[in-house]
Design a protein around this ligand. Structure first.
Ligand SMILES: CC(C)(COP(=O)(O)OP(=O)(O)OC[C@H]1O[C@@H](n2cnc3c(N)ncnc32)[C@H](O)[C@@H]1OP(=O)(O)O)[C@@H](O)C(=O)NCCC(=O)NCCS
Length: 330
């Protein structure tokens, strides 16, 4: 008999057992599908005023055989939660995944969040358990994305030709920083961040825009610093001094081998000048120069995001998986 129980992320032994299930359930995926233990050990118990986390475990006797995660944003999109289920590969098709998701949905509804979102990862152009499982659990596909990975040696080979294709436009300049935005650009950066939800293709995902005050940005930066995460950022400054675009590559102290692209956005008023490519060349240059051990960087984009996909292809990113963004209204 399998019991579904909430797991306290501050109980390190229980968190480790939970993490091991997720690692085993994602072991056959390409790229870096699961965080290192050190990353989860630090991130999951950390106080975060932006995000609430509930962990559940499926326990059989003394063993954890399934792991569930519910996350919810606390500043906006209070009607939504994200649910994830992982079942140890030797215990699939016993109904454990279903019980985990049902428990997470009860928690979501109890918290007043009737829109539950999730993600399923598949081989490119293929199918897999997660897609069948999502359908069986009543989730619809709201958007299709590609997960892409860049081997930095591929970037280094292309780098000079790319930089020649994307010179910094006349009157603009590109600045770079590690995590902490210079004070003089903070308000303008917040305005650009506020556009993200309306500018990034979201498909049918029911998500609303957010507001980024200077205090909120500073608090988020501080949490990154406290957890050893470096958000290596390039920012385009327009002739009038406003922030025209931004892109970043994130690298954790605990994993200097794999990086991840966070956000990329160019203000609609400043598009069509190859700022997106110039910003990405700048962040990847910064990553290569700062982390000699860095091997790869990953990112994901909606398949319909033609322009961002063209930039990433030019940098040398290759699609390694398809990501289905899922949604269910309870
Ligand atoms: C997806 C996953 C959680 C399913 O867990 P599970 O315990 O095997 O799921 P269940 O036994 O509760 O399956 C419920 C229903 O989903 C469907 N399903 C699950 N796996 C399936 C598969 N491989 N092929 C076809 N249908 C499948 C079936 O309809 C199943 O009901 P049935 O067994 O009565 O036919 C598990 O395969 C896993 O951990 N995969 C890796 C992590 C992941 O992709 N998680 C999903 C995204 S959050």
């Amino acid at each position: 008999m399998v019991d579904i129980e909430q797991i306290n992320p501050r109980n390190e032994a229980a968190l480790r057992a939970w993490w091991e299930v997720g690692r085993a359930a994602t072991a056959d995926r390409p790229g870096k599908p699961w965080p290192l233990w050190e990353q989860s050990r630090v991130a999951l118990p950390a106080d975060n005023p932006e995000r609430g986390v509930t962990l559940v475990g499926a326990i059989d006797g003394r063993e954890m055989v399934g792991a569930g995660l519910l996350t919810r944003t606390l500043k906006e999109n209070l009607h939504t939660a994200m649910a994830f289920a992982f079942v140890r590969p030797d215990r699939t098709r016993e109904g454990i995944g279903r019980r985990l998701v049902e428990e997470l949905e009860v928690v979501a509804v109890g918290d007043g969040r009737p829109t539950v979102q999730s993600e399923a990862y598949l081989p490119p152009g293929g199918s897999g358990a997660a897609e069948h499982f999502a359908r069986a659990m009543g989730y619809d596909v709201a958007s299709r994305e590609s997960i892409k990975e860049l081997t930095l040696t591929d970037f280094v080979e292309r780098r000079d030709a790319l930089a020649a294709r994307a010179p910094v436009p006349e009157g603009y300049r590109i600045i770079t920083f590690d995590t902490v935005c210079p004070e003089e650009h903070l308000a303008s950066f917040g305005r650009l961040l506020g556009m993200l939800m309306s500018e990034v293709p979201l498909g049918d995902l029911d998500l609303e825009a957010s507001e980024w005050s200077a205090e909120r940005i500073r608090a988020a930066e501080q949490r990154q610093v406290d957890t050893g995460r470096h958000v290596q950022t390039a920012m385009a400054i327009a002739p009038d001094g406003s922030v025209a675009g931004v892109s970043d590559v994130r690298v954790d102290d605990s994993d200097p081998v794999h990086g991840q692209v966070g956000i990329t956005i160019v203000d609609p008023a400043h598009r069509g000048r190859r700022l997106g490519l110039a910003l990405k060349v700048a962040t990847h240059d910064l990553a290569v120069a700062t982390y000699p051990d860095l091997v790869s960087v990953d990112t994901s984009n909606a398949e319909v995001n033609t322009w961002m996909n063209a930039v990433n292809d030019a940098l040398g990113y290759r699609t390694i998986e398809t990501l289905l963004e899922l949604q269910k209204k309870l």
